[in-house]
Ligand binder design. Sequence first.
Ligand code: NAG
Ligand code: NAG
Ligand code: NAG
Length: 337
Amino acid sequence: MIRVLILTILINEILGNAVSFNQPKFCPTVKWNSKGELFTATETSRSLPLILFIDTNNTIYVNSGKEDVISVWYKDHSHPKSISYLSKVEISSIFVIDNGDIYIAYLNNTISKWIASTDSFVHVMNGESICADLFIDVNNNLYCSMAWEDVVIKRSLYKDKETDIVIVAGTGSGGSAAYQLSSPIGIFVDTNLDLYVADRHNDRIQLFHSGERNATTVAGQGSLDFTISLLKPWSIVLDHEKYLFILDYGNGRIVRSGPHGFQCLLGCIAKEIKEYRLYDPSRLSFDVNGNLFVCDANGRRIQRFTLQKDSCEKSEYRISARKRCIVSDFCGDMLIP
Ligand SMILES: *[C@@H]1O[C@H](CO)[C@@H](O)[C@H](O)[C@H]1NC(C)=O
Ligand SMILES: *[C@@H]1O[C@H](CO)[C@@H](O)[C@H](O)[C@H]1NC(C)=O
Ligand SMILES: *[C@@H]1O[C@H](CO)[C@@H](O)[C@H](O)[C@H]1NC(C)=O
């Protein structure tokens, strides 16, 4: 445990923690157990979205409990603490920033912030529509995907005024051209400020390079390197090397890109067995150890898929670049000097 802690600190120091969530660097042969373990079952009603966020302190945020509560598991605590947002209005998405404050999008188009140090809420903005997903980039810009309006909007959090809201993707009329979106949900902005969008009804993942309104399709329908089809992808997460992890909601699986192209990662085998199956995966987060946590929307559960610690052992990496791997790669056992 202590070794893991020291190594985690070491890795964080070396990589520099620009972001508040975990973006591990995996070795090329990395594998996860395809059998999931139940992290928590959820009591929220079926019609509500499930939220999930894991920060760099390994704190896990889920709306699993009673309907007006975010359950927060601090590192190594088996029982969650509850943050009550005391509202009749349910939430669609959260984003935790590096000081532990939580941005919360409500289904009444409002965004608030919960301030960790004072356990209080402040109003952030009123939108035109529901934010299906929230993201805050390294420059402190807030992004919100408005699935019903077919756009992604952005505003700087440095400014008090709400007047600086701009559309950064989509036009407001759904469609499949390079400049259009159709029911966008999951969004992810990398450190170059490039925006990835799960363009749900177009069955594709769109990449809008910073400042550009025409996107490149990087996965799914219409992509240049079309090797895997997606059905209503819900969200998209990037690892440290910008490989994609796609929540392929309609196919009940998680697809990833890697050094050898796309592959089905989870929900691919033994579809008849509950532990292997995903019933509409909607969100994904890595914990600090590289394990995958998945919101299984229709299973009403959060599943954990553990990293196979020995999956990197045979990789050439271990022999040829052991030292490099210790300091900068996520290679399970290899991390232990
Ligand atoms: C939406 O709900 C939040 C949380 O209850 C509340 O603070 C906010 O005022 C509401 N916004 C509107 C426009 O009703
Ligand atoms: C992680 O913990 C440190 C030390 O308690 C704190 O300063 C930091 O804000 C925490 N980060 C997050 C994302 O909560
Ligand atoms: C975006 O694509 C459209 C056609 O789909 C084209 O007319 C337009 O010039 C492009 N814009 C830029 C800035 O490339």
